[in-house]
Design a protein around this ligand. Structure first.
Ligand SMILES: [Zn+2]
Length: 189
C-alpha cells in the first residue's frame, strides 16, 4: 500500500469516528408518533410497549411502515436502567403519573446515555419531559418546538398538560377529562 493511500485511509477513518460520535439516537414515545413526528430517518428507537399505546389508525400504519422499512427499531431497555429509574421515580414522585410505556421510553434513553451515546427523547408528554430533565437527558417536543411549521395553535389540557394537535376535535382531555384550551405557539423556522 502506498503512503498516500495510507494517509487517505487514516483521514477517512477518523472522519468516520467523528461521525459516529455525532450521531444522535432519537427515542420516540407514543405522543411523538401520534403528533406526526417524521419517521423517515433510520436513527429512531422505541420500545415495544409504545406500539400498544398507538390506537389511531393513521399513526398505527405510519409506525408499521417505519418498522418494516427499518426506520425505527424496537429495543428492550436493560433491567439495570429500569431498576435505576424506579428508584429515581420514588424520589421525584413522577412514578404514579408515568405509564409503563413512558417508563420504558425513559429507561431506554438512560441505556443510551449509560453507553456514552448521544440521545434525545422525542415527546410531547409533560411528565416524561420533567423526568428527563431530572436525568439530564435532552428532549424535543413535536408540537411545542415546531418540528412542523404548520402548527400556529396547539391545544393543551388544563389538568395533565397533555398537548394535542390543533385539529383535536374534542373539548375535553382523553387522558384526564379536564378541559382542553387553545394556545398560540411561535413558529421556530
Ligand atoms: Zn388531561
Amino acid at each position: 500500500m502506498g503512503k498516500g493511500r495510507y494517509i487517505k485511509g487514516r483521514v477517512l477513518s477518523s472522519g468516520f469516528f467523528f461521525w459516529i460520535c455525532m450521531i444522535v439516537n432519537y427515542v420516540i414515545d407514543a405522543s411523538a408518533i401520534i403528533n406526526g413526528y417524521p419517521l423517515n430517518k433510520g436513527d429512531n428507537f422505541t420500545v415495544a410497549e409504545v406500539i400498544c399505546e398507538i390506537k389511531d389508525f393513521k399513526s398505527k400504519i405510519r409506525l408499521d411502515e417505519a418498522i418494516c422499512d427499518g426506520k425505527i427499531q424496537i429495543v428492550t431497555p436493560s433491567d439495570e436502567s429500569i431498576e435505576n429509574l424506579e428508584k429515581k421515580l420514588l424520589k421525584s414522585g413522577d412514578g404514579l403519573r408515568l405509564s409503563q410505556p413512558d417508563k420504558m421510553v425513559i429507561a431506554l434513553a438512560l441505556d443510551f446515555k449509560g453507553k456514552g451515546k448521544k440521545v434525545k427523547v422525542v415527546t410531547d408528554d409533560y411528565t416524561i419531559q420533567n423526568e428527563l430533565k431530572i436525568n439530564n437527558i435532552d428532549y424535543l417536543g413535536v408540537l411545542t418546538e415546531g418540528i412542523y411549521d404548520i402548527y400556529n395553535w396547539i391545544k393543551i389540557c388544563y389538568g395533565c398538560k397533555k398537548v394535542y394537535p390543533q385539529d383535536y376535535p374534542f373539548d375535553d382531555c382523553e387522558v384526564c377529562g379536564s378541559r382542553v384550551y387553545k394556545k398560540r405557539i411561535k413558529k421556530n423556522r
